[in-house]
Design a protein around this ligand. Structure first.
Ligand code: GLU
Length: 497
């Protein structure tokens, strides 16, 4: 039997972390088992579903490179089939028409009737207490034929329990008495969520339903529908929740952008790194290793490795340096630092283009210089954005100076105001400008001035790159080259400001 799984988002917002993780786990399971990964857009909540949301979900999946098999299913296209299924259950006596009028806010009679019924049950809610549950087929048909509006409800048996083996949480049981006769079809003919999901999962021949743990209760209702239809349910695998740092619920409403996939794309995360991070939110291969290529994830992924305990997304609100999970940031830095430079190029180029720092020579005459420079500066970067912000001084003469760096490395050593231009003069006659020669010149210069080498190097770093930290200063000199090094050492802009 070929595995068939689906990712079934409701298009009522952007793709958030929880959904992206659900999509990834489905994808990995399908690829691991050689099965199919299907996509179903659950757009039946007409008031809240938007095309824009569908687009943003598809964008998010494309960014993460989770390509689906087969055509996308739009749940709303199947409404007729959902209705036909409800009617079939009605005909078979497994569902019934509920003629209870819809209670209008000011419809006192209906409200009273409902209250009376509750009182008669002495506070104990009887889930089977519906006067229409046992209406004869003749009367039910006659009232429907006369045009009386009705909903269709599943006729859940009085005694017994639903039970299924969840691949993550183990045996799940629920007494029938805990579930009401659920509505399958509203009186306006609108099929309800659980019916739609079951019908579509059957139609799409889904073998495994992998989704958030918040759907466990629905799973019991869905099993009831499967039982009524005489169809064996798929294997369920519910995923642990992803919580906020305070262990509260991570919500779109409260945590807004922090949980949106586009935030990470736009902030300069590499899809490969973020995918790796998501994979470890509630799953592990039972080893120390944390960096996994997509192929490795596919190879290692199993439902057994999914955790039961909730995962935590560790962001710090209102702290721009730590606006996202530390681990996500660390992982992104790790990818930026270690991936082959050639593979990083397609991501760096657009970043520099947007910042107007790109030159076509970087792919042509200056290719070697450019690749070496990227390799040099990436060592301390966290996101792709850093190439155009912290890396700016390597690609433009117009870069900013960090006031703290000026204070620490220049202002404290007023001699540098004349020394650094003097150092530039020593560079002038050099015919070869590589690290060993530069080192010789700078060392001799520091000795001559009776100062520490670090004072010269740190001052030069701040003048040449605007910041206090970075790669080895000798490589910075060599990378910027003789002419630009001289120009910047001689510049008095900072001293005059
Ligand atoms: N549409 C549901 C959601 O976005 C998922 C339903 C399911 O996977 O069965 O939460």
């Amino acid at each position: 039997m070929t595995t068939r799984v689906r990712f079934a988002p409701s298009p009522t917002g952007y793709l958030h972390i929880g959904s992206a993780r659900t999509a990834l786990f489905n994808y990995l399971y399908a690829r691991h088992t050689g099965g199919k990964f299907l996509l179903r857009i659950e757009d039946t909540d007409l008031a809240r579903s938007t095309e824009e949301s569908t687009r943003s979900i598809l964008d998010g999946l494309a960014w993460l490179e989770l390509d689906h098999d087969e055509e996308i299913v739009f749940q709303s296209d199947n409404a007729d089939k959902h209705r036909a299924t409800a009617k079939k259950l009605l005909t078979e006596g497994k569902a019934y028409r509920d003629f209870t009028p819809k209670a209008e806010p000011n419809d006192a009679n209906v409200k009273d009737a409902i209250k009376d019924r509750a009182r008669a049950n002495q506070g104990e809610k009887n889930m089977r207490d519906n006067p229409y549950r046992d209406l004869s087929a003749e009367e039910s048909d006659a009232r429907a034929a006369a045009g009386e509006p009705f909903a269709i409800r599943l006729k859940v048996a009085e005694t017994g329990k639903t039970s299924f083996e969840d691949a993550v949480y183990g045996l799940q049981e629920r007494d029938y008495q805990e579930t009401e006769d659920l509505v399958l079809l509203r009186s306006d003919g609108h099929p309800l969520y659980n019916l739609a999901v079951v019908c579509d999962d059957i139609e799409m021949a889904i073998t495994h339903v992998i989704r958030g743990q918040d759907h466990l209760t629905n799973a019991h209702k869905q099993v009831l529908i499967y039982e009524a239809l005489g169809v064996t349910p798929p294997t369920f695998a519910h995923l642990p929740l992803i919580m906020a740092p305070n262990k509260g619920k991570l919500s779109k409403r409260k945590h807004g952008e922090v949980v949106s996939m586009t935030t990470y794309r736009d902030a300069g995360f590499l899809a490969a790194a973020f995918r790796n991070f998501l994979a470890l939110l509630g799953w592990s291969a039972g080893e120390e290793k944390e960096i996994y290529s997509l192929d490795e994830l596919v190879e290692k992924f199993s439902l057994d490795g999914i955790h039961r305990s909730n995962a935590v997304f560790n962001f710090t609100e209102n702290d721009p340096r730590r606006w996202t999970d530390d681990k996500a940031q660390w992982m992104n830095a790790e990818y930026i630092r270690t991936m082959p430079v050639a593979e990083l190029m397609p991501f760096v180029k657009p970043e520099l283009k947007v910042a107007k720092l790109w030159r076509d020579e970087y792919e042509d005459d200056d290719k070697e210089w450019f690749e070496n420079t990227i390799n040099l500066i990436r060592q301390r970067f966290f996101t792709l954005k850093d190439f155009s912000s912290q890396g700016r001084a390597y690609f433009s003469e117009d870069y900013d100076f960090d006031p703290a760096a000026i204070e620490k490395n220049l202002a404290k050593f007023p001699d540098l105001k004349t020394w650094l231009p003097e150092l530039a003069d020593r560079f002038e006659p050099m015919t070869s400008f590589t690290e060993p020669e530069i080192e010789e010149v700078v060392k001799a210069f520091a000795e001559e001035k009776g100062t520490k080498l670090g004072v010269i190097m740190n001052g030069a770093r701040t003048l040449l790159t605007g910041v206090a930290v970075g790669p080895s200063m000798l490589s910075v000199f060599e990378t910027l080259g003789k002419d630009r090094s001289i120009l910047r050492l001689k510049s008095q802009v900072v001293w005059n400001s």
